[in-house]
Design a binder for this molecule. Structure first.
Ligand code: ZN
Ligand code: ZN
Length: 760
């Protein structure tokens, strides 16, 4: 007697080498059978001894290829049979693959096998910049629809040559059913184009010419996986020129580094950062910079860290073999979305790049590089894009057919189906018209790709968010709409990500979001769960003079806080010393403070402290003042004093003692120590309030979400302080704590609100 089981496996199990993996596993364990793709997922038949089969099922999950994600393994058949003849393990051709149980894999960095071939002069793909296989290459960025098969990718225009075709159809070949498979004879080709639009060279010659230009200080736009990059040497002259042409005075640029050794020369790498850097998802990793790195300070002005990434396409590898370090920044104009089309890049960046290294494989869906800031052994996603999207978030309850429209600034959308939330990629600031176009296009793409038909809408309370209007335009009239408060959405996103269904205390710190009382919230203590919440505490409110200008000019809110701490006379006197260039505006602002809207924003508090300490009074990119404040902190110190009080049954975190201390003592101590004390004091005050609320309610799970939690210093201080008080912090792991997670949170709230109104 032997055992026969049939398994149905769902999740991200196509396009990642899952079937060859199944075959290797059965060879190792000594089982016969087969694996095939069906519309209901991957179906595996196994014949052999019972323990072997148990271990196979276990290892399917533990050893699953890195980019795979098993959602469920169902044993649909388990029997004993008499037939004990030897069986091989076969990979069967996939018929009708795709369908609603298929999840699409993200784009995957060039694997070591392909790299070896790329460097092997005897290989027929020697130096071919589009080499890939079942385990690596573009996926999400070339797919137009399901089933994930070549005709529905942007490879459809490249008919396979004889040799590629043999590899593609041979189950024992490592390119079996690799949809983007290609070679020099049949695949995409590089072209080098001048800024006037004339074709200068093709193939290897184009590559060499682009490398020559980069090496001699030129600025080259080059087509990657999810869009174009603009590249140049990390030296003063090319960078200053690039900053001028791109109209980007200070926002940090990412660097591509040849290998770990090149990285070691410019940043300090922990083992954990090394792991993330080398992962096949290949994100940009933010690492502490070395002081004498040879990298120009203009790469990341006033930052103590650098964002670096390793090459992730064959083209990158070929370039980086010649040049160990390159600035590699998203190709766009100021805050517009990434550029992904050849025509568009030529038109928009003709004043930015000297040369354009393009190719003829179309990017069906653009996507930015993912940015990760490791903090100890924690990954903080600063931007979720390539390599991570379209990986889903698994939920514990059935999702309604909901479209969650997200937030305005760091906008994303999410869609629900079954027990899955599909978060879209980082889109950007919807105040830009081009970004709104990108949002709509990406949303339509997701709906088509996953075969979703949302009929319910979850959206922010804010009445005039562009994302909400675009969502309605795309889905038609929703059957029902749920408005979700911004900070509750943050909390729900973190809860669903951590699979926590119970009550928790949310410490939600960010820039701004509309509160239930129509005021601007941003430093919030919320008690609740995925379904509902009560605001049990908040940062003390203060007037925010100048509306949107206050975000761009942190000195405005700083002046308002100084007025509360010192009174108008002393505030104005001190402000004249701190920011003489704005002094003509002080009188008006101070006399109309009581008419300004009030906010409890924690993000604005960071900005204000940055302005008071002379670090940044006017910003040129989002988050600049707070980021530079974090970067400036040095040395241990005692905590800056914060006040805690109770008002109308809510805990209030009062910044006034801290602001007064900074003005009276901190300014003499210097920015480094004062910033350090500010972070420390704030972390303590937050933890004390959390403990007090926990004492009263018995709730110990503490959710940390909101853009402020990208601050690694604050997070690194707060987590141990909370734990020491017996609380259990929950943080984001696969989503960003910033507003990119809002749409996931809205979907999570919707799952409770519309419980029972499921997909089926
Ligand atoms: Zn490969
Ligand atoms: Zn070929």
């Amino acid at each position: 007697m032997i055992r026969h089981v049939r398994l149905q496996v769902t999740g991200v199990v196509q396009g990642i080498g899952f079937r060859p993996f199944c075959s290797r596993l059965s060879d190792e364990i000594g089982l016969g059978g087969s694996v095939r793709n069906t519309t209901a997922g991957v179906v595996i038949d196994l014949y052999g001894d019972p323990e072997g089969i148990d271990s196979y099922i276990e290892r399917l999950q533990t050893d699953c290829p890195t980019l795979g994600h098993i959602q469920s393994i169902t044993i649909v058949l388990d029997e004993r049979i008499d037939d004990t003849r030897e069986r091989p393990f076969e990979i069967l051709d996939s018929h009708g693959s795709g369908g609603e149980h298929t999840l699409i894999p993200p784009d995957i960095a060039t694997c070591s096998d392909c790299l070896a071939e790329l460097r092997d002069p005897t290989n027929r793909r020697f130096r071919y910049p589009f080499i890939n296989c079942t385990n690596c290459g573009p996926r999400f960025t070339i797919i137009e629809g399901l089933p994930y098969d070549r005709p529905l990718t942007s490879m459809s225009g490249f008919p396979l040559c004889g040799e590629c075709s043999l590899e593609y159809s041979d189950p024992d070949d490592r390119r079996f059913h690799a949809q983007p498979v290609a070679c020099e004879k049949c695949g995409p080709c590089l072209s080098l184009v001048s800024r006037e639009g004339s074709l200068l060279a093709q193939g290897e010659e184009a590559l060499l010419e682009a490398i020559r230009s980069l090496a001699s200080g030129g600025i080259v736009a080059l087509k990657g996986l999810g869009g174009f990059h603009v590249a140049c040497l990390p030296q003063d002259l090319p960078i200053l020129e690039l900053r001028k042409r791109k109209k980007r005075p200070a926002k940090p640029f990412a660097l591509m580094v040849r290998d770990e050794k090149a990285a070691e020369g410019i940043v300090k790498l922990s083992n954990f950062s090394r792991q993330i850097l080398n992962s096949p998802r290949r994100p940009i990793v933010i690492c502490p910079r070395r002081s004498l790195s040879g990298v120009s300070d203009h790469v990341a002005p006033y930052q103590d860290s650098l964002g670096i990434m390793l090459p992730y396409t064959p083209l990158h590898h070929l370039i980086m073999e010649e040049i160990p370090l390159l600035v590699m920044t998203s190709a766009n104009l100021s805050d517009e979305p990434l550029i992904s089309e050849n025509g568009e890049v030529m038109e928009k960046l003709k004043g930015v790049a000297d040369l354009f290294l393009v190719h003829d494989r179309r990017i069906t869906m653009k996507i930015d590089d993912t940015v990760i800031a490791p903090s100890g052994k924690r990954t903080i996603l600063v931007r979720r894009g390539r390599g991570y999207v379209p990986h889903p978030i698994m939920t514990q309850r059935d999702m309604p057919r909901v479209l969650a429209a997200g937030a305005e600034m760091r906008s994303t959308f999410s869609l629900g189906r079954g027990r899955i939330i599909f978060p879209g990629q980082y889109i950007g600031d919807l105040k830009q018209l081009d970004t709104a176009v990108y949002y709509e296009k990406a949303l339509r793409h997701f709906i088509r790709l996953f075969g979703l038909r949302p009929n319910l809408l979850a959206a922010d309370l804010h009445p005039s968010y562009a994302c909400t209007n675009i969502a309605i335009k795309v889905m038609g009239r929703p059957e029902d709409t749920l408005l979700v408060q911004h900070h509750h959405a943050h909390m729900a996103a973190c809860l669903v990500e951590n699979g926590h269904e119970g009550t928790a205390l949310g410490i939600i710190l960010d820039g701004t979001g509309l509160g239930s009382d129509r005021n601007i919230w941003g430093g919030e203590f919320l008690l609740g769960d995925m379904g509902s919440f009560t605001r049990v505490g908040h940062f003390r409110e203060a007037p925010l003079p100048g509306g949107d200008r206050a975000v761009l000019e942190p000195w405005r809110f700083a002046l308002a806080l100084m007025e509360k701490a010192l009174g108008p006379g002393d505030a104005e006197r001190l402000a004249r010393e701190l920011w003489p260039t704005h002094s003509h505006l002080f009188g008006d602002i101070l006399s109309t403070l009581d008419q300004a809207p009030v906010t409890s924003s924690c993000g604005r508090l960071f900005d204000a402290v940055s302005a008071v300490l002379g670090i940044r009074d006017v910003i040129s990119y989002e988050g600049q003042a707070a980021m530079e404040l974090e970067s400036s902190a040095r040395g241990g110190s005692r905590p800056a004093p914060f006040g805690i009080s109770e008002q109308d049954g809510k805990m209030v975190l009062d910044w006034e003692p801290a602001i007064r201390w900074i003005l009276l003592e901190g300014l003499h101590l210097g920015a480094a120590r004062t910033s350090s004390a500010f972070h420390f004091g704030l972390a303590e005050a937050i933890s004390d309030i959390a403990l007090e609320i926990s004492r009263r309610t018995g709730v110990r799970e503490t959710v940390l979400s909101g853009g402020v939690w990208q601050n690694r210093r604050l997070l690194g201080l707060a987590i141990p302080l909370l734990k020491r008080r017996g609380l259990r912090p929950l943080i984001h792991h696969t989503l960003s704590p910033n507003d990119e997670c809002i749409s996931v949170g809205q979907a999570a709230v919707a799952s409770v609100h519309w419980d029972g109104r499921t997909t089926k």
